[in-house]
Design a protein around this ligand. Structure first.
Ligand SMILES: NC(=O)C1=CN([C@@H]2O[C@H](COP(=O)(O)OP(=O)(O)OC[C@H]3O[C@@H](n4cnc5c(N)ncnc54)[C@H](OP(=O)(O)O)[C@@H]3O)[C@@H](O)[C@H]2O)[C@@H](O)CC1
Ligand SMILES: Nc1ncnc2c1ncn2[C@@H]1O[C@H](COP(=O)(O)OP(=O)(O)O)[C@@H](O)[C@H]1O
Ligand SMILES: [K+]
Length: 574
């Protein structure tokens, strides 16, 4: 399993760290190694922007302190970079930010009392030796022993230390090493006020391990937090990187791999960890590719979509286009009868089933005599309205594997989520956004501060696969030995999607996911492979399509219909 698959809590990271130290790795050596990697990575990022002092020597005859002093003076006209042009780190545009000196960035390093601060001090020292102008902000009098040693050495090198934030105003880049995974309590005044002021400076900020102030597990802001533009996560991904509310603080992110032995990770997380990060390799494993040379339409599955109403007619089309991209062998779509011509014209390959409709144009019931048993899977819900309750009840009562979304979920909430889902014999996948989730699980309302735990509990309560939508989709299910080996049976498995785009935050993009997931699921069932496995595939694929569309068309150019047109091109990227 690649290092990118693992996700840890603060406690698990601490346990892994303890094993490494117990095995003989000196704590100081590990910090030196980790911070060395950080310093090199930061230099590489600066170099890619042409901000490396080794390439253009700083003025001779001035000590680092003098250089810093001069950089802290009111900026001289000729030293200032071209503000109009701005510059970018990792594509992050600093335009409008206070760039004092675009040739030799002055780097402000924020140092905390623990080992996160120790890392920051080593980074500061290395950047200083590379010729960068470095200043240190450290408002703490008591430091952990190792951190104190690095602080003493940095002072001996005449790197300027400050305990007020004033000098940071003249820095081009800040490196945040105030707190890492050791932060457990709220940050209070005066530090909280200082952090708020630092955020107001609107600088480019690289955070070490995690933005200071963010809870490593829940992603909660503990009092206040540094708003990073980029976060360099150390060793293993932490849970906070998958919690929506932390994302605005994390900015872009990357993992700094410092060679944690696999045996130590496995000792703490197990060899099939209960929480896993979705990677391209893991998601693509369950794509129905390549097709068997002797495939026929029924070996690729038959999906029934039940969607749409006069009010939300597009939802049925979007779900069907999602299913089309899945390569499902046969696609049937049940819609209110008055919508049948429209669906047939949009999707000529589909079998469109006209259903009796209510006076307002919603599905009243499925046609008399319909045999749900012929479908490998059913995807129901988008655009149904609450008037389709009889239909949703009949699919819930059926023995067919089911993806339930949107109004299907709102109807389920009215019927009673937990008793109904617990009674289902077949697989159910529910795909709520946070609002629908709260309607489905009012008993978990106070748990929503930690999306991951809330989703895990919803899966445990219902036995369903629960897919909580948002910026970072969370998928949880109890494994009953059907997907994994018996030894893992009856654990709750969690998959977290690491990448997506806010371009998807618009009406209809969830309908596309419902169809895509339904189609993949029908195919998996027809081929007798486990349908739970395709859930991560669908989520990853949907997000990749959004990302590709956003890249080519900007974040504004990804309406739900356009998204469907990127599903196949997104796969070709891989
Ligand atoms: N794991 C690894 O393999 C490696 C880990 N490494 C690094 O270690 C980091 C973790 O270091 P850490 O454990 O020392 O904790 P850290 O986050 O620096 O903070 C703890 C300090 O903060 C203090 N404090 C807490 N809350 C506070 C508050 N609200 N307001 C004020 N103070 C507060 C707390 O004080 P106390 O609670 O004792 O009063 C304590 O002194 C990790 O993120 C990574 O960067 C690498 O160097 C090597 C590889
Ligand atoms: N900020 C975001 N970043 C990434 N993906 C997002 C974001 N906001 C929403 N999404 C994704 O967009 C889709 C929205 O689905 P949903 O809320 O059901 O909308 P609709 O019902 O209108 O189709 C989900 O797949 C969700 O994960
Ligand atoms: K930090």
């Amino acid at each position: 399993m690649t290092i990118e698959k693992f996700i840890v809590s603060a406690d698990q990271m601490r346990q892994i760290e303890t094993r490494i130290f117990a095995a003989g790795m000196p704590s100081a050596a590990l910090m030196e190694k980790v911070a060395g990697l950080l310093a090199r990575r930061i230099q590489a990022l600066l170099k890619s922007e042409g901000r490396s002092p080794r390439e253009e020597e700083p003025p001779k005859g001035r000590s680092p302190r003098e250089q810093v002093k001069s950089s802290l003076l009111p900026p001289r006209g000729e030293r200032r970079g071209n503000r109009e042009e701005g510059f970018s780190y990792l594509g992050y545009e600093s335009q409008g930010k206070d760039i004092v000196n675009s040739q030799f960035p002055v780097i402000g390093v924020l140092v905390g009392p623990g080992h996160n601060g120790g890392d920051a001090l080593v980074v500061a020292r290395e950047l200083h030796f590379q010729g960068f102008s470095v200043i240190i902000y450290c408002p703490f009098s008591k430091l952990k022993e190792l951190t104190k040693s690095h602080s003493d050495y940095a002072r001996s090198l005449n790197i300027p230390f400050f305990d007020t934030i004033e000098p940071l105003k003249n820095c081009d880049l800040l490196i945040d090493g105030l707190f890492g995974f050791g932060l457990e309590r709220e940050i209070v005044h005066p530090l909280s006020t200082a952090i708020d002021e630092i955020n107001k400076l609107n600088k480019i900020v690289f955070s070490i391990d995690i933005p200071s102030g963010i809870h490593t597990d829940t992603g909660a802001v503990l009092g206040t937090a540094i708003r990073a533009t980029h976060t360099l996560c150390l060793g293993l991904w932490k849970l906070a990187f998958f919690q929506d509310k932390a994302l605005e603080y994390i900015g872009t992110s990357e993992l700094i791999d410092f060679d944690i032995p696999l045996a130590d990770i496995v000792a703490i997380l197990g060899d099939f960890p209960a929480i896993q990060r979705i990677t391209p390799a893991s998601a693509m494993q369950y794509l129905p590719l390549p097709r068997s040379p002797i495939a026929h339409k029924y070996t690729n599955g038959h999906l029934l979509i039940i969607a749409g109403s006069a009010r939300y007619s597009g939802a049925a089309i979007l779900s069907a286009l999602g299913a089309r991209a899945s390569g499902v062998g046969m696609l049937s779509i049940a819609v209110p009868i008055s919508m049948k011509p429209m669906l047939s014209s949009q999707l000529p390959e589909a079998l469109v089933i006209g259903c009796p409709e209510t006076s307002s144009g919603a599905i009243k019931d499925l046609p008399l005599g319909i045999d749900l048993g012929v479908y490998d899977a059913i995807a129901a819900g988008p655009g149904l309205t609450l008037e389709a309750a009889i239909t949703v009840e009949s699919v819930l009562e059926s023995d067919r594997p089911l993806v339930l979304d949107a109004d299907g979920l709102n109807i389920l909430a009215q019927l009673g989520t937990v008793p109904i889902l617990s009674e289902r014999s077949a697989l159910t996948i529910i795909t709520p956004h946070p609002g629908e989730f709260q309607r489905l699980f009012p008993e978990l309302a106070d748990k929503m501060g930690d999306r991951i735990t809330a989703t895990q509990e919803a899966a445990q309560l219902t036995g369903a696969v629960v897919l909580l939508k948002g910026a970072r989709v969370c998928i949880c299910f109890d494994d009953e030995g059907d997907f994994l080996e018996d030894s893992y049976a009856s654990r709750t498995i969690t998959y977290l999607n690491p990448e997506s785009t806010p371009a998807l935050a618009r009406g209809g993009s969830g309908d596309v996911l419902t169809g895509l997931l339904g189609g993949l699921m029908a195919g998996a069932i027809a081929r007798k492979s486990c349908p739970k496995s395709v859930v991560e595939t669908a989520v990853w694929w949907h997000a990749r399509a959004g990302m590709m569309a956003a890249k080519e068309r900007t974040e504004l150019g990804v309406d739900a219909f356009t998204l469907t047109e990127y599903l196949i091109p997104a796969l070709r990227e891989f």
